[in-house]
Design a protein around this ligand. Structure first.
Ligand code: FAD
Length: 384
């Protein structure tokens, strides 16, 4: 998308976010409450349907626009974690679903009438080793019966639908461990209390994340996405978009921290002069700025490749890693620049500091990105 169109989107998103200032996010954070009003405003403005093609009721703007939207949300000081998944996880359905499934669900997802923002992949005993998951789906006539447990299924209590990755063939019975996994679209409105239960996990950030339990949950066979046993591939297909967009959010966070620190360093006077006059205070801000700008270029490059349908696994992984490191560098710098006041809730620094730390762990931890680069880009032996 041309830069001037992105500029318009950025300005409009920034204007919307200005209606949700620090006090709003602080109060939610304190109570670990979901940002219902904020998500509603973004939905009504059409921003969350930016990756859904127009034929299904979305705005079809593409990944650069989605990246610009999420970056601006974070840059305003907001926490977009409550809504980012509504933008991109429907990609699994768009790319791999049948025509009937797409017609049934995508228009509702586009208007926000259907909230599709929960994705159950991670399990307590499998961790990053996704092919070791134990949640099993067994076909019985026209249904699958599902048993098992997921952990860290974010927004499950604020979603009507969830994607679920489950084993349909035991790991011992498949040639490749990545075979035999399948993706299901679970209608949680029907499933809650009938084999599906959700338990919230309180965390150091306001993220509405949960544990989800399946106890003989019956899912219609027509809710299988794509071909049985090919689910791992479908999940992989969605990862590049997710990594690029998380990278954009981290760039937004880094820009917020840098602006906040710069302003404070200019205002705060100690020893009769602004603290920002000291090189010891200036240089970390300058370093964080450079790291952020470099990461932003990688996010932009990855998004362009993705939009042009070109391979972008390397760039998407590097974008996510560099941006999450840049945002953490900026967070640490911003806290240091604020001295003791960085710990006071009213400055929002401590909240954003906690929030941005997540992105070195989820959706993929830094070590696993480094392993990917070492193995798939540099050709080093596989380490795990
Ligand atoms: C707030 C939050 C929200 C989340 N939301 C979701 C969600 O919506 N859906 C979902 O499915 N998941 C979600 N996750 C899960 C997230 O994707 C995982 O936490 C993440 O992928 C890491 O997995 P793990 O926690 O099991 O760590 P582990 O796999 O147990 O790893 C622990 C540590 O060991 C390192 N490690 C492991 N293996 C290796 C190796 N071979 N080489 C080097 N280092 C290694 C890792 O890098 C990590 O630092 C969320 C997590 C959090 C905290």
């Amino acid at each position: 998308m041309p830069e001037h169109d992105l500029r318009e989107i950025r300005d409009a998103v920034a204007k919307l976010c200005a209606g949700f200032p620090g006090e709003y996010w602080r109060e939610l954070d304190r109570e670990r409450r979901y940002p219902t009003e904020f998500v509603r405003a973004l939905t009504d403005a059409g921003y969350l349907s930016c990756l859904i093609p127009e034929e299904y009721g979305g705005t079809g703007l593409g990944l650069s626009a989605a990246a610009a939207i999420l970056e601006e949300i974070q840059r305003s000081g907001a926490n977009g974690a409550g809504c980012h998944a509504q933008i991109y996880i429907m990609g699994t359905l768009l790319r791999n679903g049948s025509d009937a499934q797409k017609r049934k669900y995508l228009p509702g997802v586009a208007t926000g009438a259907l909230r599709l923002q929960a994705f159950g992949v991670t399990e307590p005993d499998a961790g990053t080793d996704t092919t070791s998951i134990r949640t099993a789906a067994v076909r019985q006539g026209d249904r699958y019966v599902i048993n098992g447990q997921k952990v860290w299924t974010s927004r499950a209590e604020h979603s009507d639908l969830m994607f679920l990755l489950a084993r349909t063939t035991a790991r011992e019975q498949v040639k490749k461990k990545t075979d035999g996994l399948s993706v299901f679209l679970v209608d949680m409105r029907e499933a809650l209390g009938r084999g599906l239960s959700i338990r919230p996990i309180r965390t150091m950030i306001n993220h509405a994340t949960t544990e989800v339990f399946f106890d003989n949950l019956e899912v219609p066979a027509e809710n299988l996405i794509g071909v049985e046993g090919r689910g791992f591939r479908y999940i992989l297909d969605g990862m590049n978009a997710e990594r690029i967009l998380i990278g954009a959010e981290c760039v937004g966070d880094a820009r917020w921290f840098i602006a906040k620190a710069t302003a404070y360093a200019g205002e705060r006077r100690v020893f009769g002069r602004p603290i920002g006059q000291n090189q010891g205070v200036q240089f970390p801000i300058a370093r964080a700025y450079m790291a952020c700008e470099a990461a932003a270029l990688m996010v932009e490059r990855a998004a362009q490749l993705y939009e042009n349908g070109q391979p972008c696994g390397k760039e998407a992984n590097m974008a996510k890693q560099l941006a999450s490191e840049a945002s953490w560098q900026a967070a640490d710098m911003c806290l240091q620049t604020h001295g003791g006041f960085g710990f006071a809730e009213e400055y929002d620094v401590e909240r954003k500091f906690r929030e941005t730390r997540l992105y070195q762990i989820a959706p993929i931890s830094t070590n696993l990105v480094l392993s990917y680069i070492a193995e798939h880009v540099l050709g080093l032996p596989r380490s795990y």
